[in-house]
Design a protein around this ligand. Structure first.
Ligand SMILES: Cc1cc2nc3c(=O)[nH]c(=O)nc-3n(C[C@H](O)[C@H](O)[C@H](O)COP(=O)(O)OP(=O)(O)OC[C@H]3O[C@@H](n4cnc5c(N)ncnc54)[C@H](O)[C@@H]3O)c2cc1C
Ligand code: SF4
Length: 200
C-alpha cells in the first residue's frame, strides 16, 4: 500500500481502558486528541458523534475529553465533520481546532487553508488534522441495506462494525461477516475514483 510522504510509521495501542473500550482499533486517534486538548495544542475537535438514529453519525464540536471519548469508533457512513467548522470558530469561539476526517475531508480542510474563500478567520483556526485511512464509505441507506438485508440483523442491534481481511463484519446481538465484495455496490460512487486512501 502507498502511504505517501511520511516521517515515521508506527503501530500503537492506547492504554486507557476508557478509550480502548470504545475505540475502533488502537484508540490512537482518540488518545492523540485527548493529549492535544490537555496540552493546549487544541481547544476543541470536529468529530463524528453518535446521534439518535443508530449508526448515523452527527458532526460535533467536542471541547472536553469526555466528548472526545464519546465520539470514538468508526461509523461507516458519511459524517461531514468539516460542516461544523464555522460553528466551532464563531459560536464556540475556538482558536485551535482539530479536525478528524476521511482523506477527502482532510483534502477539503487543506483547500480551505490554501484558499479561504468564505472562510476568513476560520481556516486559520485549524491547529491539527487527523486523517483516518479510508478505502470506501456508504450512504446511510446503503449501510442499512448491507446490515439488514445482507447480514440479516437489525441495525440497532449492532455494537461494532469492521472492514478487513476481505470481509465486512458486525458484532452485536449476532456476529456476522460477509464478503466485502457484496458491499461494493452500496459504496459512494466517488470512492471508486478516490486517489488518497491515507490522507497523505
Ligand atoms: C468510512 C471509513 C472507512 C475506513 N476504512 C478503513 C480502511 O479501509 N482501512 C483502515 O485501516 N482503516 C479504515 N478506516 C479507519 C479506521 O476505521 C479507524 O478510524 C482508524 O484505524 C483509527 O482507529 P482508532 O482506534 O485510532 O480510532 P478512534 O480512537 O476510535 O477514533 C476514530 C475517530 O474517527 C471519527 N469518525 C468515525 N467515523 C467517522 C466518519 N464516518 N467520518 C469522519 N470521522 C469519523 C470519530 O469521531 C473518532 O474521532 C476507515 C474509517 C472510516 C470512517
Ligand atoms: S474512499 Fe476516498 S472519497 Fe470515499 S470516503 Fe474514503 S476518502 Fe472519501
Amino acid at each position: 500500500m502507498a502511504f505517501g510522504k511520511y516521517k515515521e510509521v508506527m503501530a500503537l495501542k492506547a492504554k486507557d481502558a476508557k478509550v480502548t473500550g470504545v475505540a475502533q482499533d488502537g484508540g490512537v486517534v482518540t488518545t492523540v486528541l485527548c493529549y492535544a486538548l490537555e496540552q493546549g495544542i487544541i481547544d476543541g475537535a470536529l468529530l463524528a458523534a453518535k446521534s439518535e438514529t443508530p449508526w448515523l453519525p452527527k458532526p460535533v464540536v467536542a471541547t472536553t475529553k469526555e466528548q472526545i471519548i464519546a465520539a470514538a469508533g468508526t461509523k461507516y457512513t458519511i459524517s461531514p465533520n468539516m460542516s461544523a467548522i464555522k460553528s466551532a470558530a464563531r459560536e464556540y469561539a475556538l482558536d485551535k481546532i482539530a479536525i478528524v476526517g476521511t482523506p477527502c475531508q482532510i483534502y477539503a480542510a487543506r483547500k480551505m487553508q490554501l484558499y479561504p474563500f468564505g472562510a476568513r478567520h476560520i481556516a486559520d483556526k485549524i491547529a491539527l488534522t487527523v486523517g483516518i485511512f479510508c478505502t470506501e464509505n456508504f450512504s446511510y441507506a446503503g449501510l442499512k441495506t448491507v446490515i439488514e438485508d445482507h447480514c440479516k440483523v437489525p441495525i440497532e442491534s449492532v455494537r461494532k462494525m469492521e472492514i478487513g481481511k476481505g470481509k465486512f463484519s458486525i458484532k452485536g446481538a449476532k456476529d456476522v461477516a460477509i464478503p466485502i465484495k457484496e458491499t461494493h455496490k452500496y459504496e459512494q460512487d466517488g470512492c471508486h475514483v478516490c486517489s488518497d486512501l491515507t490522507a497523505e
